[in-house]
Design a protein around this ligand. Structure first.
Ligand SMILES: NC(=O)c1ccc[n+]([C@@H]2O[C@H](COP(=O)([O-])OP(=O)(O)OC[C@H]3O[C@@H](n4cnc5c(N)ncnc54)[C@H](OP(=O)(O)O)[C@@H]3O)[C@@H](O)[C@H]2O)c1
Length: 168
């Protein structure tokens, strides 16, 4: 897919990889980049349009999909990391929290934007997974559970999105 001339939304765009995605998309000629962040005030790339979007907040997601109807590419980059032993029962809530951000978040953002991409002729969704979707590091179980789930979400959505001419 060509980036030049495209309208792209990136989640978790205020720092880390997400910020780099925004810079690279602008460098590659994207016509508009929506830089989504929990705190839009923390987005410091002037050429991008800051957008408030916590991927665990359904109201934020619905609001963004209703407002930014020109989006053609969605990059589900926002993610969280936590360490700890899975056998420790107190880790269960942490596993739920990571699944909420790393798997349900991209799912809900994709559900909301799929009709937007379809209306614009079909587009693309990029889910930022990890090698830890496939392997597990010591004390990294919760993260891998969430990133494996995100991988399965990605694979399951592929067939569904094909009908909209959207790639994932
Ligand atoms: N760095 C790596 O080596 C690596 C390797 C493989 C995969 N990844 C994946 O790449 C992605 C980016 O990683 P990174 O290294 O750039 O991480 P990072 O520097 O920790 O940045 C994480 C980003 O996600 C945002 N975020 C966290 N929870 C959010 C939520 N509920 N709603 C919206 N935004 C939220 C953060 O926003 P705040 O500033 O508000 O916290 C921040 O912008 C993640 O999905 C990560 O799992 C990273």
């Amino acid at each position: 897919m060509q980036i030049k001339g495209k309208v792209v939304l990136v989640t978790g765009a205020n720092r880390g990889l997400g910020k780099q995605f925004v810079k690279s998309l602008l460098d590659a000629g994207a016509s508009k980049v929506y830089a989504a962040a929990r705190n839009p005030g923390s987005v410091d790339i002037e050429a991008a349009q800051a957008v408030k979007l916590d991927v665990t907040n359904p109201a934020d997601i619905a609001d963004a999909a209703a407002k930014y109807t020109d989006v053609q590419i969605v990059i589900n980059n926002a993610g969280a990391l936590a360490r700890g032993a899975l056998l420790d029962a107190s880790s269960t809530q942490g596993v739920r929290d990571l699944i909420e951000v790393n798997a349900i978040g991209p799912l809900n953002v994709t559900q909301a934007f799929a009709p937007v991409l379809k209306k614009n002729g079909g587009g693309a969704v990029i889910n930022v997974l990890s090698v830890l979707s496939w392997v597990v590091l010591p004390d990294g179980g919760a993260y891998s559970v969430s990133k494996s789930a995100a991988w399965a979400v990605t694979n399951a959505l592929r067939d569904e999105l094909r009908a909209d001419n959207t790639q994932i």
